[in-house]
Design a protein around this ligand. Structure first.
Ligand SMILES: [Zn+2]
Length: 686
């Protein structure tokens, strides 16, 4: 505000001083003479000075103003988050493939903001044919989530109000959009800040069938004998300090942004059907056989894989306690979703992982007997994942993890992964994000899938006992950059289009490879570990991540976050010329990209000759190899070439390689060597 006011005054002042302003065209400018250069971007001048701050949009400015977030990248002094506790009773009828449920949600408005509406997420409405959908199209259309009764603080909500014109006040307590994935309850009396609201609902939904894996998480049963319900109950949308209600529709590809809370869930299924799910089973004596309970009591004793319910144990009184119907009761204390699975002939196996600072936790696996081969390595892979990622970021926080077999084989929920061994490592990694660090996956899928890809690289290398290959990844972005279909990472992932996979899954590991090339990979990982702990069970934004990392790494990295997250630009470096004069060699490094980077040169000397003299910004990698680093600042004035002076004395230099670890995005790495044509690959390729 103040800046705008000053500008207005200045303009006014200039008009008063000069009665007739001259046309801009009458004033020859220095820049005009260089228009062709400017258009080509080939000029060398500060006109192109590098942007070094992290752009702020209105949502983060508001958070800074109200003190919920700040430049430390940690939750601000006034940070708050909406939370929601669920008590759900659900009955599965395999014959109609339908769950009938009733639930009570205690919604805690921990902000001081009055809520004039409640936004509900009815994800199963994506199964209705006439809702917007992304590229994941369900194989079966259903009626979606049919809510038959809705009450707020004990008052009935009108589920079929007359249509409301834009801006028209609602008549009474009424729900709109109940046939869409996002619905709104209009509240004649707003909900006060710092209060709890009770929402009660009765509903039913049919679980969609179809071919395996069709639409990722849109196929939730095999016939009427195995069910894998996900996004299966109505929930309260996220309300946060950034955007208020998150009313992004559920389109299929982009994932979720959910409230943390306690889940108390009772699942009523036929006797003999084993149920697995989020949380801890509260009533084993009511639903399990004495034999199964005895076997379970040994799971934490060793890394052995124990069978809790075997292939030959089928039916009421054998695979489960006796009875026509059994109610399985699960409780999860602090989670942002609840998923479960059940089948009439699940094999149930279990083992343990030993979590640093915590001790052993059980890993359960439920699968169909004829698919046992897909779970042969699952226990080892999952144990490794939980133990490795606990060391890497923060100890696994939940009391168990369960792998569930079924048509959805590659999806994550708190304490539950719908996966066999194929994606066990990746899906287990999701327990850190979004299950522990609750990022907004709908907008910023990269803060969940992108970090995940990075950690999977580290986990795999650890399993194989080799060094993680992060070299080459950063450089590889150079050939990707410039594709006009690529959205920036800050662009809502729902609109990622054909490059959704790259934007969400791959680009972040390239970014973190480059960051490691600047500060070192272990420094990157230590900082992310701190970030994980600081934001556990909270909801960081990309700004929080960027500011937290810059602070933790004690580096001015605004240029880095700006380039990687807000643009699709890349570095494009090359060695233009090398000249030697006496003991000094000057390397002219050219920068044709918009993203700057440190200038890192690997210098190879001839084996014999005068001593190689020490240089402050260099370290010797061997007897005849030096690594010289000039900070990124050399580009900050916008220049496109930099003269790197090497004062190693008169020992002759044999070859020089720019960015020898291949960490900085480069469209054409072949011009990074001198003399031209020297083989510089150095094993950088991915
Ligand atoms: Zn994933």
């Amino acid at each position: 505000m103040r800046i705008r006011f000053v500008v207005a005054v200045c303009l006014l002042g200039s008009f008063l001083a000069r009665p007739v302003p001259v046309s801009a065209q009458d004033v020859p400018s220095a820049a005009a003479a260089r228009v062709p250069e400017l258009l080509r971007g080939t000029y060398d001048s500060p006109d192109r000075a590098i942007r070094r701050d992290v752009p702020l949009t209105n949502v983060i400015r508001r958070a800074f103003e109200t003190g919920t977030r700040d430049f430390t990248g940690r939750p601000g002094p006034n940070y708050w988050q909406l939370e929601a506790d669920y008590a759900i009773e659900a009955r599965l009828d395999p014959g109609t493939q339908t769950i009938t449920g009733s639930e009570t949600i205690d919604m805690h408005n921990n902000s001081t903001i009055e809520l004039t509406e409640i936004v509900l997420r009815l994800d199963h409405n994506i199964l209705r044919s006439l809702v917007p959908r992304g590229s994941s199209v369900p194989a079966e259309n259903t009626e979606g989530m049919v809510v038959t009764r809705l009450r707020v603080n004990g008052q009935n909500v009108n589920l079929n109000p007359p249509p409301r014109r834009r801006g028209q006040a609602p008549s009474g307590l009424a729900a709109y959009g109940m046939d869409q994935t996002v619905a709104r309850i209009a509240l004649p009396t707003p909900i006060a800040g710092e209060s709890t609201t009770t929402i009660e609902m009765e509903w039913h939904t049919k679980l969609p069938g179809g071919p395996d894996g069709r639409g990722h998480r849109m196929t939730q049963r095999w016939d009427d004998t195995l069910f894998q319900p996900t996004q299966w109950f109505p929930r309260v949308a996220k309300f946060d300090d950034l955007r208020g209600w998150d009313d992004s529709v559920y389109l299929g590809p982009a994932e979720f942004y959910n409230n943390f809370g306690r889940f108390d869930v009772r699942i009523d299924v036929p006797g003999g059907w084993v149920v697995s799910g989020t949380g801890v089973l509260q009533n084993p004596t009511e639903v399990l056989t004495a034999t199964a309970r005895e076997r379970l009591s040994h799971v934490l004793e060793s890394d052995d894989v124990l069978t809790i319910v075997s292939e030959s144990e089928v039916g009421p009184g054998v695979s489960t306690a006796p009875g026509d119907r059994l109610v399985w009761h699960f409780v999860a204390d602090r989670v942002n979703d609840f998923a479960w699975a059940t089948a009439d002939r699940f094999v149930w196996q279990a083992t343990r992982a030993t979590i640093p600072e915590r001790g052993p936790v059980p890993i359960h696996m439920v699968f169909l007997p004829d698919r046992a081969d897909r779970f042969e390595n699952a226990a080892d892979l999952t144990r490794h994942a939980l133990e490795f990622y606990s060391e890497l970021w923060a100890p696994y926080p939940f009391p168990q993890l369960t792998l569930q077999d079924g048509p959805s084989a590659g999806m994550e929920y708190p304490m539950v992964i719908n996966s066999n061994q194929g994606a066990a490592d990746h899906e287990a990694a999701h327990q850190w994000w979004p299950m522990m660090v609750g990022t907004n996956e709908t907008w910023y899928g990269w803060m969940d899938e992108g970090f995940n890809t990075y950690m999977n690289i580290l986990s795999r290398a650890d399993r194989e006992g080799v060094e993680a290959r992060l070299d080459g990844r950063g450089q590889s972005y150079g050939v990707r950059s410039g594709n006009e279909a690529e959205p920036t990472s800050m662009w809502n992932a729902n609109y990622g289009g054909t490059m959704y996979g790259f934007q969400t899954y791959q680009k972040t590991s390239l970014m973190l490879s480059m960051l490691g090339g600047i500060v070192g990979d272990s420094a990157v990982q230590d900082a992310i570990s701190e970030y994980t702990k600081v934001w556990s069970f909270k909801h960081p934004s990309p700004w929080d991540f960027a500011f937290f990392m810059s602070n933790a790494l004690d580096q001015d990295l605004g240029w880095f976050w700006y380039s990687w997250l807000w643009t699709t630009d890349s570095v494009d470096g090359s060695i233009e010329e090398v000249t030697t004069s006496g003991p000094r060699t000057t390397v002219t490094v050219r920068q044709d990209g918009q993203m700057p980077s440190p200038v890192v040169l690997r210098v190879e000397f001839v084996p014999e000759g005068p001593a190689i003299e020490p240089v402050a910004n260099a370290r010797m990698l061997g007897e005849t190899t030096a690594l010289v680093t000039f900070p990124v600042d050399v580009w900050f004035d916008g220049g496109r070439s930099f003269e790197a002076n090497l004062d190693f004395g008169p020992r002759r230099i044999e070859s020089i390689t720019l960015d020898p670890s291949c960490r900085f995005p480069d469209r054409d790495p072949s011009d990074n060597v001198w003399p031209a044509g020297t083989n510089n690959s150095g094993g950088c390729a991915e």
